[in-house]
Design a protein around this ligand. Structure first.
Ligand code: SAM
Length: 266
């Protein structure tokens, strides 16, 4: 297992620094870290820093940063995922899957059948889930949680943005409207020579998108994707579509993308 990771909402630099109070609490009370233990700090902007704990008190945890490297570990092209969010614990699963699979931004969508209208509180909760998931999966750039938006307004905004972000893809997952749908394999084959810069995908609520919403997306040149012959829960559809995006972006584990900013690579 890797070293424990702590999020610091500040720019990293070599030398001594204190963990933020919440992270110090976690290090000292939950992880039971002590002087001499090694850990990794990350700043949420793509940088990480191996560090060693040099002093502790009841509340404070001082660390010495040894080196800093840029290793964001999100997808190599920009991927924006619009999701009509489920309720309760399943919200955490949506965020965890999206963070682990490298999604850059999550857009909470307000659709005809959405059951949950995200509040400021729930957005804050989502942001905490993002940090927890980044700690677990060793990702160093946080996934952004965007302001909730009405689905059709989002389609119009994406159409505007697309002009400057070609080449890319726009896919909406829908288990109905068989005449309009393509399979995952067809999507991969039709994009095999493309190195996308920005991809967009949309996932509906538990009750699904209405056919009118899907046809509106089609009118903006979105492709309707069939994720197989079973009906997936929203969080499973998130994992499935994000994996598809990872294949389109040709995501792979690599250390070659790491840039050392200060010190030596450990
Ligand atoms: N009865 C709903 C319907 O017919 O759309 C099921 C909704 S499903 C629980 C939630 C969302 O996951 C859907 O709106 C869709 O975006 C995606 N989804 C689930 N299974 C899918 C599949 N087999 N193919 C395409 N999209 C799927």
């Amino acid at each position: 297992m890797g070293l424990h990771r702590y999020f610091v909402h500040q720019s990293l630099s070599p030398g001594r620094t204190y963990l933020p109070p919440e992270e110090a609490h976690h290090a000292l009370r939950v992880r039971r870290e002590s002087v001499g233990d090694r850990c990794v700090l990350f700043d949420g902007l793509g940088n990480e820093a191996p560090a060693v704990i040099v002093s502790t008190t009841k509340r404070d945890c001082e660390v010495e940063v040894e080196s800093i490297r840029f290793a964001p570990r999100d997808l190599p092209g920009r991927f924006t995922l619009g999701v009509s969010l489920p309720k309760g614990d399943r919200l955490r699963a949506v965020v965890e899957k999206a963070v682990e699979l490298g999604v850059h931004e999550l857009v909470p969508l307000l659709t005809e059948r959405s059951v949950k209208i995200p509040t400021d509180n729930s957005i804050e909760k989502l942001q905490r889930f993002v940090i927890e998931a980044c700690k677990q999966c060793e990702r160093n750039r946080l996934m952004e949680i965007k302001t909730p938006i009405d689905f059709e307004a989002w389609l119009a905004r994406v159409a505007q943005d697309k002009v400057s972000t070609n080449p890319g893809f726009q896919i909406i997952a829908h288990p109905d409207l068989a005449d309009h749908r393509i399979s995952m394999k067809q999507l991969l084959l039709s994009n095999s020579s493309l190195q996308p810069q920005h991809g967009f995908a949309a996932i509906g609520p538990e009750g699904g998108f209405t056919d009118e919403e899907v046809l509106k997306a089609v009118s903006y040149n979105w492709k309707v994707i069939d994720l197989g012959s079973r009906i997936l829960r929203v969080e499973t559809a998130v994992a499935s579509l994000s994996t598809l995006a990872a294949v389109l972006f040709d995501d792979k584990q690599s250390t070659s993308g790491q840039t050392i900013i200060a010190g030596n690579l450990q």
